[in-house]
Ligand binder design. Structure first.
Ligand code: GLA
Length: 376
């Protein structure tokens, strides 16, 4: 009898991701938003060096991740072949270089027959691909959803989870199925993060729309599994500095993955200053892991907030309108029960004083004031 039970236990599917990763949202860089398919060994080598030397690594950005187009076909033994024109030495020199600098390395594949850009996908090759990634010492997999067999993501994504788990190497599993079938409600057992939206574009309307879509799922985020409203556009040129500060602040408060999407070899000082705001990143990486959410909205003026582990509240006063406006944060509305709270501005890096019952401030059009409120 016990032999039967043991056999059942051993043959049962692994029901959880359980890789110990993603205790806080992942931070790193990804090639897609800026370079799309235009990636190669030299660019990625230089990017690894720039993540290291610019201060991004020290600010917490650990993963350097390839997106679509690094793979080209399969060898006769079915293992995946990196594009020999773009990556003539394979991925190993890049992975080794990243590791030698204390960075981690990620690849991209698909729960479909082909990737979105038409390269070979992993559907039907999950075990061989997971084993190949592990043998290369890959640390992260982004797994997309094009060219499927028309089964649900609930069916296809656990297959790669189990293949990754079986390798014995902890590999962060980033699910990219664009919010199909509301992954927040089921994906915590499958991946370390799941996209809640379609692809972000480098514009105010796209960015703020993704924040709204992602907000709906706030209560499902927790250490080990995060809602993903897509990667950062900060530094790509389509938004103003004020709008990029809003973008970064919202992603920090929402406990979103912080995946830089610009050319970090040629970043402006403004871009670097935004991406390395330690106080904003500390909100994102707070160990409590509660996603801040919209608590108040009227006439384009909003307050978003969430608790932090040190009994303070992080809050964003957001002006979606086109003129400068005053926004008030009522302490009760953000779950501060004492009447007094000390407010700190996370972009000015300045204590603003102690306020009673509420905090009011001017906010620029498309801008935010990002604060912490410490009950007194
Ligand atoms: C999909 C994903 C994007 C990117 C592209 C690559 O659109 O959502 O993030 O990975 O595919 O082709």
């Amino acid at each position: 009898m016990w032999k039967f039970v043991l056999l059942l236990a051993l043959s049962a599917p692994v029901l959880a991701i359980n890789n110990g990763l993603g205790r806080t949202p992942q931070m790193g860089w990804n090639s897609w938003n800026h370079f799309h398919c235009g990636i190669n060994e030299e660019l990625i080598m230089q990017t690894i060096d720039a993540v290291n030397s610019s201060g991004l690594r020290d600010a917490g950005y650990k993963y350097v991740n390839l997106d679509d187009c690094w793979q080209v076909s399969r060898f006769p033994n079915k293992t995946i072949m990196p594009d020999p024109k773009a990556f003539p030495h394979g991925l190993t020199p890049l992975i080794d270089h990243a590791h030698s600098l204390g960075l981690l390395f990620g690849v991209y594949s698909e729960a479909g027959y082909k990737t979105c850009a038409g390269r070979p996908g992993s559907l039907g090759y999950e075990v061989v691909d997971a084993n190949t990634y592990a043998s290369w010492k890959v640390d992260y997999l982004k797994y997309d959803n094009c060219y499927t067999d028309h089964t649900k993501p609930e069916v296809r994504y656990p297959v790669m989870r189990d293949a990754l788990n079986k390798t014995g190497r902890p590999i962060f599993y980033s699910m990219c199925e664009w919010g199909v079938d509301n992954p927040a409600t089921w994906a915590a057992a499958v991946g370390n993060s799941w996209r809640t939206t379609g692809d972000i574009g480098d514009s105010w309307n796209s960015m703020i729309g993704k924040a709204d879509q992602n907000d709906k799922w706030w209560s499902y985020a927790k250490p080990g599994g995060w809602n993903d409203p897509d990667m950062l556009e900060v530094g790509n040129g389509g938004m103003s500095k004020t709008e990029y500060i809003t973008h970064f602040s919202l992603w920090c408060l929402m406990k979103s993955p912080l995946l830089v999407g610009c050319d970090v070899r040629n970043m402006s000082q403004d871009t670097l200053t935004i991406l390395t705001n330690k106080e904003a990143i500390a909100v994102n990486q707070d160990p409590l892991g509660v996603q801040g959410h919209k608590v108040n909205s009227s006439n384009n003026l909003e307050v978003w907030a969430g608790p932090l582990s040190n009994k303070t509240v992080a809050a964003i006063l957001l002006n979606r309108g086109t003129t400068k406006e005053k926004i008030t944060m009522d302490f009760k509305s953000v779950n501060i029960t004492s009447s007094k709270a000390a407010i700190r501005d996370l972009w000015q890096h300045k204590d603003l004083g102690t306020f009673t019952d509420s905090f009011m401030t001017d906010v620029d059009p498309h801008g935010v004031v990002f604060v912490t409120a410490k009950p007194q």
